[in-house]
Design a protein. Structure first.
Length: 189
């Protein structure tokens, strides 16, 4: 009888520990990217994106926290024009030879019931780190019917001032405010 009690205690402790554990998700590079848009000479709103975005997200099982660690390959900028890609990779803008990555790190994931509503963290571009708040517009987790992995996906937006990151060439003719649009899908490790 004593052995059954010990086994039950160990099983119960394991279940309680698992229910408080965090889950780690790895970003799917085929379904994760960051695009950005800005006003161009007051004629139009231009949109470009970074094609190579990688990262890890840890979510608390209780839906009350976690952290994010994302790396953006600044050489993967995609404007639709090879000439413009090279201009944005130059020292006047992202200086990708010297600063090949930008990062976003957070340990402040804000939940509203079971949904993530915001992620507050630090964005670093060209070794300049600034706080940023990302508004999560949609968030969903479920079993992926193609890969059978438990997957979370989100769409999110944020606004920043490009001059804050030493990217302000041609301000005010080219808009200083940039809107980030983030698309991410990540599978549980």
């Amino acid at each position: 009888m004593k052995l059954k009690s010990i086994a039950l205690f160990i099983l119960t402790s394991s279940i309680i520990t698992l229910s408080h554990a965090s889950e780690t998700y790895k970003a799917d590079p085929e379904h994760t990217f960051v695009s950005f848009s800005y006003k161009h000479l007051n004629y139009s709103v231009q949109t470009s994106r970074f094609d190579n975005v990688n990262g890890m997200i840890t979510l608390n099982n209780e839906g009350n926290g976690g952290n994010v660690d994302v790396t953006i390959d600044t050489n993967s900028i995609s404007t639709g024009s090879t000439t413009f890609n090279k201009l944005l990779q130059s020292d006047d803008f992202f200086a990708t030879a010297q600063f090949p990555v930008a990062t976003f790190k957070s340990d402040n994931i804000v939940f509203n019931k079971d949904d993530v509503s915001a992620i507050n963290g630090v964005l670093t571009i060209k070794d300049i780190a600034k706080p940023i708040s990302i508004e999560v517009n949609s968030f969903n987790c479920s079993r992926n019917l193609l890969t059978f992995k438990y997957t979370c996906g989100a769409n999110a937006t944020a606004k920043l001032s490009r001059s804050d990151f030493n990217l302000g060439k041609y301000v005010p003719f080219v808009g200083d405010e940039v809107t980030l649009n983030i698309v991410i899908e990540a599978s549980r490790e």
